[in-house]
Design a protein around this ligand. Structure first.
Ligand code: HEC
Ligand code: HEC
Ligand code: HEC
Ligand code: HEC
Ligand code: HEC
Ligand code: HEC
Length: 496
């Protein structure tokens, strides 16, 4: 009786001796192998990579599962065929029978095929890894959403730095989180429902310790750092007006140099924390400084009447000043000044500064529309100028590098905190308004000489006359009332 129902008992031999199960087993083994490989690449690579996570933890296991399902399916079909077949009937086609030469031959081919398959899986996994690490993958694969960041990063000092070095970083702490967010991003890109402009929740950006500080040493003493800002006024002559600054970058580590200056906020001896009431950290009503002896000083802007306990406390790091190290969307004013200074636009063309700035700053909804209207407006402005073709070409090239209307990405959507001219930047805290709780002290470094000296300023002749004590700022002939430069300077034509 029992011998008539052999199928009811599990047998490893039957599990393996049918083609479907065997194929399933090879797929399962291949994907398990791929998983192990991807997993170890991930473990030993310098930076994690969210897309590798998708491969390692989603794609490879799905194939593994599919392989196992095939194994069971083969087993089940095998049992069914065995049940259908009479006891004395010849072995069913699905079953492998080594007494048949045909089956032996197929098995030989099968084994050879499996070896090749496993080898290809290994090579394939490694190549996929290399590809997902590349700047090209991050910047170009999801084309539209990442295009603004890809293009701007290619014009930055970090053009050769991989996206993942800043966005994923090293260390295992946020590992799983990054994987999940990578999958979520992939979903939103596929569905086309991503936000425009894209905003990173910078509280979720990895701390500088795990990104910037893998390459930059926070203890470095920089000391003075000289920069010349070349500008041209919006008058008929495009009058040059430059400012030559000696920035007191200094340093924050006593072993490397005197502690002080702009890089004093390195969180080495001091810790600075703050509360921002908006996502872009533009409004900072509260700041807390803990010095090396543990003395805590709190500063508050008395104009802020809201409830501070609603907001998270951030610890200040590199990205609070260098928030655009790779994606600096130049304002029309900055970009046109650079073109004029480099001779790509000719400063002898009357009104060229203001005309090109106006053409760039106008609102456009697509790139096609923008390039067409820039061309039309500049040709209308210079109907008889033989150089009009060059002007249009330069204006369009500035547009292509810094404006992404389909993603609503340009200088208007992404403030740069490193300065204080077009956005509050340093003046978010150093505006003289933040007071200690007893109302007596305020954050120091709120006069024009604590962060930089103006070595020279003015037109091409004046900019050569250096003053090592620093000039007082002479603001052309326009009056400026107080600290806030950003009240008038918006990145396009300034308000009078
Ligand atoms: C040197 C470090 C660095 C590199 C390299 C880098 N980024 Fe960024 N990226 C940042 C920082 C910092 C921010 C956040 C700015 C903020 O929140 O104010 C950012 C923001 C973004 C944003 C959000 C939109 C925005 O502009 O704020 C996207 C998308 C992005 N990066 C994509 C990329 C891509 C794609 C690459 C590679 C082509 C890349 N990044 C390379 C540092 C970097
Ligand atoms: C993978 C290494 C790497 C990482 C990560 C990195 N940087 Fe850099 N950074 C560089 C290199 C290399 C340069 C110098 C480029 C040159 O001078 O050609 C540089 C230059 C700079 C400069 C000078 C810029 C200039 O215009 O001259 C600043 C500021 C800076 N990095 C800030 C940052 C910040 C902030 C982060 C983190 C968000 C960061 N870096 C992450 C490698 C890195
Ligand atoms: C308080 C604002 C602030 C913070 C915080 C800050 N920086 Fe800077 N950093 C500046 C300014 C301003 C300059 C002046 C040069 C410039 O305009 O690029 C500068 C210059 C630099 C330079 C170019 C000079 C040099 O030494 O080569 C690098 C690189 C740099 N910073 C990296 C960093 C890194 C890395 C961090 C975080 C560990 C950091 N900075 C934190 C404001 C800041
Ligand atoms: C989140 C608030 C905040 C921001 C933003 C900020 N700082 Fe500061 N900074 C402070 C605090 C707090 C101190 C310490 C004030 C004190 O001791 O009275 C300080 C001190 C300084 C000092 C004096 C250091 C010394 O030698 O003792 C300089 C210089 C300075 N900051 C420059 C800058 C520059 C430049 C920027 C913009 C690129 C900037 N800060 C942005 C909060 C900030
Ligand atoms: C808290 C530090 C700090 C204080 C205070 C400060 N500045 Fe600046 N200033 C900066 C930094 C940082 C930059 C930009 C450096 C950069 O972009 O590399 C800058 C840039 C400038 C520039 C050049 C801007 C450009 O784009 O041409 C001028 C001019 C200037 N400051 C004038 C002033 C005047 C006038 C005052 C006093 C009312 C003042 N600053 C106070 C930190 C400061
Ligand atoms: C009351 C409005 C107002 C304030 C406040 C103001 N500016 Fe200006 N600024 C102007 C105007 C108007 C011009 C002339 C612009 C032109 O001809 O293109 C100008 C021109 C400049 C220029 C040269 C041209 C250019 O486009 O860059 C610089 C540099 C400058 N200002 C820096 C500053 C700084 C730094 C501060 C803050 C310390 C400041 N300004 C505050 C209105 C202002």
């Amino acid at each position: 009786m029992m011998s008539k129902k052999p199928a009811s008992r599990f047998s490893l031999r039957k599990l393996v001796r049918n083609w479907i199960s065997l194929a399933g087993a090879v797929i399962a083994a291949g994907s398990f192998f791929a998983f192990l490989l991807l997993f170890s690449i991930e473990m030993f690579s310098q930076h994690g990579n969210p897309y590798m996570g998708i491969l390692a933890y989603l794609v490879a296991p799905s194939f593994l599962l599919a392989g196992l399902v095939l194994v069971l399916l083969g087993y089940w079909l095998h049992l069914r065929q065995e049940r259908l077949a009479m006891d004395d009937a010849p072995p069913v086609a699905l079953t492998i029978d080594f007494s048949r030469p045909r089956d032996r031959k197929i098995l030989g081919v099968f084994i050879a095929g499996s070896v090749v398959f496993l080898f290809m899986t290994a090579v394939g996994s490694y190549q996929t890894y290399q590809f997902t690490e590349s700047v090209h993958f991050c910047g170009k694969s999801c084309h539209l959403p990442m295009d603004p960041e890809f293009v701007t990063s290619q014009h930055s000092a970090h053009a050769r730095v991989e996206c993942v070095a800043c966005h994923v970083g090293s260390g295992a702490s946020a590992y799983v989180k990054t994987k999940i967010s990578g999958m979520r991003q992939l979903y939103h890109v596929t569905m086309g429902d991503f936000q425009r402009p894209i905003r990173l929740d910078s509280t979720k950006l990895r701390p500088a310790r795990e990104t910037c500080e893998q390459c930059h040493w926070p203890q470095k003493f920089t000391g003075g750092f000289e920069r010349t800002f070349r500008h041209y006024l919006s008058d008929e002559a495009n009058t040059p007006f430059s400012v030559r600054l000696l920035l007191n970058v200094g340093g924050g580590d006593r072993k490397s140099g005197p502690v002080g200056g702009i890089h004093w906020h390195m969180n080495l001896a001091n810790k600075i924390e703050y509360i921002a009431t908006d996502d872009e950290q533009r409004d900072i009503p509260w700041v807390r400084h803990t010095d090396e002896k543990g003395v805590v000083t709190e500063y508050r802007n008395p104009d802020f009447k809201g409830d501070l306990s609603k907001y998270p406390v951030h610890k200040m790091d590199c990205i609070d000043c260098h928030n655009r190290p790779a994606h600096n969307f130049l304002s029309p004013n900055e970009a046109v000044d650079i073109s004029l200074a480099c001779g790509r636009l000719d400063p002898s063309i009357p009104w060229v500064k203001s005309k090109v700035v106006a053409a760039l700053a106008a609102p456009y909804s697509t790139r096609e529309e923008a390039l067409k209207k820039i061309d039309e407006s500049l040709r209308a402005a210079y109907p008889d100028n033989p150089k009009v073709g060059e002007i249009v070409a330069e204006a369009q090239s500035i547009y292509n590098a810094n404006f992404f209307p389909e993603m609503k990405a340009d200088w208007r959507s992404y403030p740069n905190h490193l300065s204080h001219k077009n956005w509050e930047g340093c003046f978010r805290c150093h505006d003289g308004k933040h007071k200690t709780t007893d109302g007596t002290g305020s954050i120091k470094a709120n006069d024009c000489k604590s962060c930089h000296l103006i070595l020279a300023q003015g037109n091409d002749a004046e900019i050569k006359k250096l003053n090592s004590d620093g000039y007082d700022f002479v603001h052309i002939d326009a009056e400026y009332s107080d600290f806030s430069c950003a009240e008038c300077h918006t990145g396009a034509a300034p308000k009078e």
